[in-house]
Every structure is written in C-alpha cells, then in structure tokens.
Design a protein around this ligand. Sequence first.
Ligand code: NAP
Length: 256
Amino acid sequence: MTILDAFRLDGKVALVTGANRGLGRAIAAALAEAGADVAGLNRSSDNGGAAALVTAAGRRYHHIACDLGAATRADLKAAIDEVIDQLGGLDILVNNAGLIRRADILDYSDEDWNLVIQVNLTAAFQLAQLAAGRMVEAGGGKIINIASLLSFQGGIRVPAYTASKHGLVGVTLAMANELAGKGVNVNAIAPGYMVTDNTAALRADPKRNAAILERIPAGHWGEPEELQGAVVFLASDAANYVHGAVLPVDGGWLAR
Ligand code: NAP
C-alpha cells in the first residue's frame, strides 16, 4: 500500500452525528470524497446538505432520525443497528453533534446544563461505546470525537459546554487505553474558532470578534473545510498507530 492509499476510505462505512450543517456536513463530505459511504444522524430529515454532497462524491448516504437530547441507550443501539443494516457495516464514528448554551455563570440553569451534557457528552459516550462493541467484533474501527478549545480552556458564559468538552477528551483517553489493543482507534479533534451557526453570536459581537481574531496566529476564523484533512487522516489506516490523541485544528490558537 502506498502512503496515499493509506488515506483512502474505499469500502468503509461512517456514521456522522449532526451531519446536516456546519462542521458535520464538511466532515460527511470529506469522508465520502475519500471513499466512504455515510450515515448522518440528525434531528431533522436531511435538508439536502450532506446527502447532496455525499451522493455527488459517488457514495451512498443514509439519514437516521434521532434527537440526541432525548435518545435512550436503546434508541442509540437502534441507530447503530440501522447503519449496519442499511450500509453493511460500521467502520468510522464521528461524534460531531453538539450544542452550546450561553448564560452568566450565576444564572446558568439546570435545564441548559443537563441538555448540553446529555448531547455533547453522555450521548457521545454511549454511541462510542455501542460502536466500539461492533468494531471490536468486526476486527477494528475508528472513533473520532469532536472536542473544542474549551477542552483545554474555561471559556466565557459556557460552563456546561466547557465541562462537556473537557469530559469528551477524558472519554477519548479512557476509551483509547482500553481499545487500542483491540484494533479500535479513539481520537479527538479540537477545532478552533470556526465559521458555523455555533459561533454566529461571537462573530456578530464586534468586540468579541476582534478579540478572537487578534489571538488567532493564522489571522482568520476557520472554515469547515479546513477540518477535513484531519478527519480523513484519523479515519484512515494512515492513523493506525494513533490512539488517544487530541489534534487541534485551530489556526495556532493553542500555540499562543
Ligand atoms: P452547528 O452548526 O450548530 O451544528 C451543530 C450540529 O449538531 C447540527 O447538525 C445539529 O443538528 C446537531 N445537534 C445539536 N443538538 C442535537 C441533538 N439534540 N440531536 C442531534 N443532533 C444535534 O455547530 P458546529 O460548529 O458545526 O458544531 C459541530 C461540533 O463542533 C460540535 O460538537 C461543536 O461543539 C464543535 N465545535 C465547534 C466549533 C466552532 O467554532 N464552530 C469549535 C469547536 C468545536 P440540527 O441541524 O438538527 O440542529
């Protein structure tokens, strides 16, 4: 196998959560361009975003309806079974779906806390656990958790998000320790400040926008496409000896 072949995902099946928009859509498109069929787990039926990009790359797309804020373990198991049933296997899981709720720390509500932890951390762990079971049986697989700069820093007005993303890195390391010997690679990507709905409020605030931009060595907000190379790498055989890594794709933010 040549080194470029090691990056190819031909014949693989990937499950991407939150594939309808933002980073998830770019991730789904990248995996398909590299050769994988893609299942998108979304709250709403596909709006044409990911499905169109995946099929334009010549790969199959399957939509799975699931609200991770309300999903039970049985719902998640059914989602994994549906991927295997419809696309013939499960080689790659990208835990991308996530939300952010902003409020001053003294006012932060239990409702916001519980929902953010449920979607960003609990559902991601349960999906990874269920996918890993299948991957171990099948002889291997790749799990990629989408972490954040707030896996390393505290952030402002987002305590539940910060806790969930610190937790997701902890889960990544814990799972990598137990699964590396079983052929399953568990890694994370920590995106920097990227242009998606998640950061619309920050970009709309001239003071926060300027302060963020001033601190990014690359000098610009990240585009979703700038995450694609890291995802394909970690999903591929080129990363077979990479376990428990947290790869920043942040324009150099953490280097400062
Ligand atoms: P986004 O544009 O707001 O997209 C979030 C995605 O998560 C959407 O597809 C959304 O589905 C899905 N989602 C939210 N709640 C869900 C639920 N209850 N059940 C199922 N899906 C749900 O945000 P994004 O920036 O692409 O974020 C993707 C991931 O990257 C998140 O984990 C986020 O924390 C992380 N991240 C983003 C940045 C950034 O700068 N943008 C930086 C670091 C990390 P719907 O379309 O149905 O709403």
